[in-house]
Design a protein around this ligand. Structure first.
Ligand SMILES: Nc1ncnc2c1ncn2[C@@H]1O[C@H](COP(=O)(O)OP(=O)(O)OP(=O)(O)O)[C@@H](O)[C@H]1O
Ligand SMILES: [Mg+2]
Length: 341
């Protein structure tokens, strides 16, 4: 079926009353030796309650920076240059500081950091880390968190006694990554940001962790933001997806619709680049070129133009139109579904 394309008004595809977080026109810049450059460019996104929202893009596309901004955790040499990140019932986290901000983090919005396997306190056993966590978040009895950690450890195929009595160096990378997820989950945040939660895991552990994350998300109706570069993880776990390139969201919508009907040439390239385990492996098409550095991303025109196989002269100039497809997802491109500008 040929889809007609409508022009969007800059709003995000996910329109729902039940939104946990609204990211509005957020720009984040980093100061480098040769100037200050944007890593996130006027990004807007809605994070719906009780769903899994994926943010996907190549290395350097700004995923972690956006996750940090959602915690108001961007620090020098970075700064949030503009925008609002509004949590329902809490307000704009970018305007919070001190004790108020500290209490929001972990309890209202938690984050499992990328390379979390090396972010545990090396001087403390996991059990002591949990007791500290309980104290700093005002739990009278740390046993509540310990019990919850043991339960989650079992579900993630870890031996709870072994884990609680170990220092981080006594655990494998994959074990540490699971422990970091457990530490974030025991505080029962309303919103959980997972930055590449399964990259250190072998394929079987990854399957276990993804299954447990999906179960817990359903049990708790947890609002989850899943940051990943892996389209397979997006397909398996997420309800909706934002595709990022060079600090911009270039396509967004319901995951199954977007994967069935990808519109932006970058999303198509990401999908085509997935090596297939069954069938003809040679059909995987690598995406040529490398993602731009923040200092060399053009301020005008489409951010993907340089690598786009369908580039037209107009792509290099002005503002790229936002298009809305009949299945309701949105993308930024001069080309419509028929390939016409
Ligand atoms: N502390 C920093 N100082 C300077 N530039 C930074 C800093 N952190 C990130 N950047 C730059 O901002 C851009 C976005 O980085 P970010 O880490 O958010 O990307 P990412 O999508 O998470 O990448 P990856 O998949 O490799 O984790 C990159 O060009 C990066 O070099
Ligand atoms: Mg990252």
């Amino acid at each position: 079926m040929a889809l007609s394309t409508r022009y969007g008004n800059g709003s995000t595809a996910v329109i729902s009353d039940d939104v946990s977080c609204r990211i509005q026109n957020v720009t984040v810049k980093y100061k480098l030796d040769n100037g200050e450059f944007a890593a996130i460019r006027s990004v807007s996104a809605n994070i719906p309650s009780g769903k899994i929202t994926a943010m996907i893009g190549e290395s350097g596309s700004g995923k972690t920076t956006l996750g940090l901004a959602m915690l108001n955790g961007v620090s020098h040499p970075g700064r949030v240059a503009e925008g609002v990140i509004e949590y329902t019932g809490v307000g704009d986290i970018l305007s919070k500081e001190g004790e108020e901000l500290r209490k929001l983090r972990g309890k209202h919005v938690g984050m499992v950091f990328q390379a979390a396997q090396s972010s545990l306190n090396p001087l403390k056993k996991v059990g002591s880390i949990i007791i500290d966590l309980a104290k700093s978040h005002g739990y009278e009895d740390p046993k509540v968190l310990i019990r919850s950690a043991c339960d989650l450890a079992r579900r993630m195929s870890l031996d709870p006694d072994r884990v609680l009595s170990s220092f981080q160096h006594q655990l494998s990378g994959g074990m540490r990554q699971r422990v970091s997820i457990i530490l974030a989950l025991i505080l029962e945040p309303k919103i959980l940001i997972l930055d590449e939660p399964t990259t250190a895991l072998d394929i079987l552990s990854q399957a276990t962790v993804l299954k447990v994350l999906r179960e817990i998300q359903e049990e708790r109706e947890l609002t989850t933001v899943l940051i990943t570069h892996d389209m397979g993880v997006v397909a398996e776990l997420s309800d909706q997806v934002y595709v990022m390139y060079a600090g911009k969201i270039v396509e967004e919508g319901n995951t199954s619709e977007l994967l069935q009907n990808p519109r932006h040439p970058y999303t198509r390239a990401l999908i085509q680049a997935i090596p297939r385990l069954t069938g003809d492996r040679s059909k995987a098409v690598p995406l040529l070129g490398s993602p731009p550095e923040i200092s060399s991303t053009p301020n005008e025109g489409c951010v993907f133009a340089k690598r786009c196989a369908f580039r037209l002269d107009i792509c290099e100039y002005g503002e790229t139109p936002r298009r809305i497809t009949d299945d309701g997802h949105q993308y930024l491109c001069h080309l419509n579904e028929e390939g016409l500008a």
